[in-house]
Design a protein around this ligand. Structure first.
Ligand code: MRU
Length: 354
């Protein structure tokens, strides 16, 4: 049983020890309904990731790891043959769900390594080992987020207005969030911060999720449309920007929700600090920006709002899920191992390998 320093007001993904299943909150139904789903079926969990019932870089890594553990428990209880082969297939399936966020691959690589190390054990012991590994990934995620919150809160001036994009909150991790961890800790320390949240088209993670979480926490939040961000920054309404990341390359490029780049440009032009909050499991030292696959999703997401068509059904639409922010637009990257300043290529490596 793990205990944490701060309340976990919202949890996105967790382990049900009685059922030995992974559970998650279906973010597609928020903020109108809090639906909880539990499963030990990797096909069901893969669907949850692809359809974005669970989304956000750390959250998809954690749920994928827990899904492998839950499946191992299911196979053991059924005395299933070919357990190792089936678990490898499950890892392959989860690996193919979304291409951009690094945490998914980071977590599944850890699960694969543990599977290889424990492959000779009985199915029951193997399930025990994989459960232990997945629970470490879950717990480390929460601990990392709390540390990010503490390092980041030191950088937030008293009474500051923070602009954030998408949802880098508890709902994008297992709990506590990354960018929102900083808001939480600043708030718990008594800093009277305010947040401006962009709605984040096409899937409205800002309007549906960030607003819901911050209201639950009691932190004042104002919603804007995505295309207001530049003007709001220019008008002097923003003291700092904090966003999350899906992947940070070895050179320090930040891959995050589509629209982040425009906000970073506006922040730079107006001398507003632009911070990125992410655990080191988001930093991919193996890849340069040219290796990163930017996910393109179904154009129907752009042509609809909450399932309702807003344009001509047959019009062509583009749906890039992420964009790329250049290292020179980033003031600092806040990780659980400390705040990383430029030059990023050198300092990210030192931080990750520390
Ligand atoms: O497409 P999504 O909703 O999975 O994208 C999420 C983001 O871009 C988040 O900003 C990012 O994962 C950071 S989460 C702490």
């Amino acid at each position: 049983m793990y205990t944490y320093k701060y309340p976990l007001t919202v949890k996105a993904v967790w382990w049900d020890e009685t059922k030995r299943e992974v559970c998650w909150i279906n973010t597609l139904k928020l903020p109108f309904e809090e639906e909880v789903i539990c499963s030990n079926d990797p096909v069901r969990v893969a669907k949850a990731i692809v359809e974005m019932e669970v989304r956000g870089a750390p959250a998809i890594g954690v749920i994928a790891a827990l899904a492998v553990a839950a499946y191992a428990n299911k196979l053991a209880s059924e005395n299933s043959p070919n357990v190792v082969e089936k678990l490898n297939e499950a890892i392959d399936l989860l690996w193919r769900t979304r291409p951009t966020a690094y945490n998914l691959f980071w977590a599944l690589e850890r699960m694969r390594k543990r599977l290889v190390a424990s492959a000779g054990l009985s199915p029951r012991s193997l399930a025990g080992d994989l459960t232990e590994e997945a629970l470490s990934i879950l717990n480390e995620d929460i601990e990392a987020n709390i540390k990010i919150g503490e390092y980041g809160a030191d950088l937030v001036p008293e009474g500051a207005t923070i602009l954030t994009h998408c949802n880098a909150g508890a709902l994008a991790t297992s709990a506590f969030g990354t960018a929102e961890a900083i808001m939480r800790v600043a708030w718990y320390r008594g800093k009277k911060i305010k947040v401006i949240a962009t709605e984040t088209r096409p899937l409205l993670q800002g309007a549906r999720l960030t607003v819901w979480e911050l209201v639950k926490e009691g932190i004042p939040v104002t919603l804007i449309t995505d295309n207001m961000a530049g003007y709001v920054i220019r008008k002097g309404l923003v003291d700092l920007v904090i966003v999350g990341a899906d992947r940070i390359t070895r050179e320090g490029y930040v891959v995050n929700k589509i629209g982040t780049y425009m906000i970073a440009l506006a922040a730079k032009r107006n001398n507003v600090p632009f911070y990125v909050a992410a655990p080191t499991s988001t930093i991919d030292l193996k890849s340069g920006i040219r290796d990163v696959v930017i996910e393109e999703r179904n154009p129907m997401e752009v042509k609809t709002v909450m399932g309702r068509l807003i344009t001509l059904e047959n019009v062509k639409a583009l749906n890039y899920a992420f964009d790329v922010t250049d290292p020179d637009l980033v003031t600092a990257i806040i990780t659980e191992k400390g705040v990383v300043y430029p030059p990023f290529e050198e300092n990210l490596r030192k931080t990750v390998e520390r």
